[in-house]
Design a protein around this ligand. Sequence first.
Ligand code: HEC
Length: 108
Amino acid sequence: MTVFVRSITFCSLLLCVCVFAIAQDAPEGLSANQVFRKDCAKCHGKNGEGRRFGGPSLVSEKTAGASADDLRNAIVNGKGRMPSFAGRLTPEQVDTLVRQIQAANKPQ
Ligand code: HEC
């Protein structure tokens, strides 16, 4: 019986390790970016798919066709109803967002 309990414990431990390893392997995309989750997801959705307050999808022909500068401009200076993030994000944080938005628009 104890052997049984022990092997069950061992197996569930192993399962935990596996699940954890898979979670760690998740793509480093927008949805994993803390800045995006905190500042952008409320309008653009958890995965940038667009959501509330008129926030459009960030995965669209429009963003796919936008240059890095266009995207950077929209984030730093705001655009339409989108607020400006100048002074709230570091240039590195903005660059990461731009890169991840572009990556999200590339065919997988
Ligand atoms: C208050 C809601 C709101 C928040 C918060 C917000 N956005 Fe936006 N965003 C918008 C709206 C609305 C637009 C469309 C502006 C327009 O075209 O008139 C937009 C447009 C954009 C665009 C340009 C898309 C295009 O196709 O031209 C980018 C890039 C963008 N947002 C990125 C971000 C990022 C990155 C963040 C977080 C730092 C963020 N947004 C936070 C509402 C928001």
